[in-house]
Ligand binder design. Structure first.
Ligand code: DAH
Length: 340
């Protein structure tokens, strides 16, 4: 009897379940109706009366030890498998929710569309996967123009007619095909160029294109609209200058510089001592472009402009490396939490 009690006690102490089900099985085996403990009690009935006290105590100890052990093992398993069911101190304050914020590129893109919205422009969009016509041909790019080159443009599979748009000027074309003048649209979007990634270039970036077509639209209208934009974006003291340039889809064409808002035009290392920062290209829409989209170039004229959102954001917020926009480093992004 003594041996049997000691043996069972030992097995109770050493019992190590592999799964929660093992515990219940062990409980039935030891404490169940037909279990080992009841078998011992059965035997206990027949032992000599003078030994009853000693064995009675031993069996009681064994029983309470077995109960204790099984209950504590059950609790251990419950905690492991369902932590939420025993969530600990329910009065503890909840951990704070991390709130996201707008990405600087979205912020600046929204600012640009808002500013032109105040001048009556509405937002137009177009597909990122485009065809040669909307990205090049309708915009007066001659067939041998270098911008069509494989090195600049991502083409889709082996069909050179399908490509990823290299600029948002394609949306100009789609708008003119769809809409009769007067047209006043602002076209934000993602563009793609086969460029090596560096602090100043990326193969994916964002542009905003603008297009204004009506009767009697002049270069002076364009200049005033862009000056208004520059002041709204960079502050009341901002001024602009225009340098002659060339784009296939505009004639005449210009490059627009804004006065450097860091040094106030005196010259610093951001504006490379010139006092000016390049912000966009623009020009009067080439009559060929109007005609290609079915607009009468004798009756209508217009202007267009295009800018890089990353570049405007860099100049506005002093960001020196373009790659930061794409890395999603929370320390970088949180700096824009309080921006518009
Ligand atoms: N599409 C030009 C580019 O990607 C930017 C541009 C220049 C757009 C002049 C225009 C424009 O509408 O008139 O570099």
């Amino acid at each position: 009897m003594n041996e049997k009690i000691n043996d069972l006690l030992k097995r109770v102490e050493e019992f190590s379940p592999k799964a929660a089900a093992d515990i219940e099985e062990f409980r039935i085996k030891v404490l169940g109706k037909k279990g080992e403990l009841n078998a011992l009690l059965e035997e206990f009935r027949n032992i000599a009366p003078e030994k009853k006290r000693e064995f009675g105590q031993k069996i009681n100890t064994l029983k309470s030890r077995a109960l204790e052990r099984i209950n504590s093992l059950k609790e251990e398993y419950l905690n492991q498998c369902a932590p939420s069911e025993s969530a600990g101190d329910m009065t503890r304050p909840a951990s704070a929710e991390e709130l996201g914020s707008r990405h600087p590129i979205s912020l600046v893109k929204n600012q640009i569309t808002d500013i032109f919205g105040r001048l009556g422009y509405t937002v137009a969009e177009g597909p990122e996967i485009e065809d040669d016509w909307h990205v090049f041909s309708a915009l007066n790019f001659p067939p041998e123009h270098p911008a069509r080159d494989m090195q600049d443009t991502f083409f889709i599979e082996k069909n050179p007619d399908i490509l990823l748009r290299t600029h948002t000027s394609s949306i100009q074309v789609r708008t003119m095909e769809r809409q009769k003048p007067p047209i006043r649209v602002i076209c934000p979007g993602r563009v793609f160029r086969n460029e090596a990634i560096s602090y100043r270039a990326h193969c994916i970036f964002h542009q905003v294109e603008g297009l204004y077509i009506d009767e009697n639209v002049s270069f002076a209208d364009m200049k005033q609209s862009i000056l208004y934009f520059a002041k709204e974006m960079f502050g009341e003291n901002a001024t602009i200058r225009m340098r002659p340039s060339y784009f296939p889809f505009t004639e005449p064409s210009a490059e627009v510089d804004v006065s450097c808002n860091l040094c106030g035009g005196k010259g610093c290392n951001v504006c490379k001592g010139t006092g000016w920062l390049e912000i966009m290209g623009c020009g009067m829409v080439d009559p060929n472009v109007l005609e290609a989209s079915g607009i009468d170039s004798k009756k209508y004229s217009g202007f267009a402009f295009g800018m890089g959102v990353e570049r405007i954001a860099m100049l506005k917020y002093g960001v020196k490396d373009l790659r930061l926009y794409f890395e999603n480093d929370i320390r970088f992004l949180h700096q824009f939490d309080s921006a518009l």
